[in-house]
Design a protein around this ligand. Structure first.
Ligand code: SF4
Length: 313
């Protein structure tokens, strides 16, 4: 079908950015995020960052080539002495394949560390293994979260064809937890009729335990007009019986879906999230974030040293 969101290979292009660190709000949470790339080669059908049906999001990846320099300048000029944890990244995967070519995320992480900025990496990648030592040396001030949807390879290839298999991600996680880096898994999104079975959830949670994780949490997929168009194709490709009709019941809508975000009905949501949380607890892990990720004082002491140094040379 021509409307497959994962047909063809992504092209890469460089662009300059004026600003790299941005505030964002999700429900009542106010945070900061950096996105060294625009677009994402992981090609997840459920991606919320596409904003609208936009094939270019998956097919054209922009590398913000001056990201680390702009970030450095913004932190040097930061108006407060403290800063909240920074999300790396919120609208792309900072460790998507383009990172192997450009290394922008690595450079930005070094800048965050230079200013003592706490950060939370969200990724579905194994490329982050390249930066294990970088994160390890900053392990009291960072949290790495892998977003995992399924351990079922047949489903993953359809739903998020640009990501590595979950088994590979769990291998990398184990190296991080062995190195003392605080890691978590966000089972996100849990996709009704696709990844919500007892077997699916059990496989993911058990793998988290085996990888040495302490923090696991999850969320159900929300539907939006463009996501629904892609999900209909997923349901057809996976041959889910009566999938479309069952989705209308779970999300309580009629075609055409013309909505910003629609949540699954409460009964279904409580059942699935309750099942996930029971499993997490039964393995002795915690549902949620670690407590220590709060604001930190920005370290700008090196700025004075740089100025002094520039006078001496
Ligand atoms: S990895 Fe994240 S940003 Fe990239 S396509 Fe998947 S959901 Fe979207």
């Amino acid at each position: 079908m021509s409307d497959l969101w994962y047909s063809g290979a992504a092209t890469l292009e460089e662009k300059k950015s004026k600003s790299i660190i941005h505030p964002f709000t999700v429900k009542s949470y106010n945070g900061l995020a950096i996105n060294p790339y625009q677009g994402c080669g992981h090609r997840c059908a459920y991606c919320y960052a596409t904003y609208e049906w936009s094939p270019e999001f998956y097919d054209k990846i922009y590398a913000k080539s001056n990201a680390s320099e702009v970030l450095d300048r913004q932190l040097a000029e930061w108006k407060s002495d403290t800063i909240e944890p920074v999300m790396v990244a919120s609208a792309t995967d900072a460790y998507q394949p383009a990172e192997l070519r450009y290394g922008l995320t690595r450079r930005c992480v070094k800048v965050l560390q230079k200013y003592n900025v706490p950060y939370i990496v969200f990724t579905k990648s194994v490329i982050i293994e390249r930066d294990l030592e970088l994160h390890r040396q900053y392990r009291d001030n960072c949290f790495i979260i892998w977003s995992i949807t399924t351990c079922n390879e047949k489903i993953r290839r359809v739903v998020e064809p640009g990501t590595p298999p979950a088994s590979k991600m769990f291998q990398v996680m184990k190296k991080f937890t062995d190195a003392g880096v605080c890691c978590g898994v966000y089972v996100d999104p849990i996709i009704p009729l696709v990844t919500d079975s007892d077997e699916d959830l059990e496989a993911v949670v058990r793998s988290c335990k085996e990888a040495g994780l302490r923090y696991v949490f999850g969320a159900l997929m929300r539907l939006r007009t463009d996501i629904w168009e892609r999900m209909k194709l997923v349901l057809r490709l996976l041959e889910i019986p009566d999938g479309i009709e069952k989705y209308k019941q779970i999300y309580n809508f009629e075609e055409p879906l013309d909505a910003n975000y629609v949540a699954a009905n409460r009964r279904y949501a409580e059942k699935i999230i309750g099942s996930l949380e029971d499993r997490i607890k039964s393995y002795g892990m915690e549902c949620g974030f670690p407590d220590y990720m709060g604001p930190r004082r920005i370290d700008r002491s090196h700025l004075g040293q740089t100025t002094l140094h520039s006078y001496l040379v």
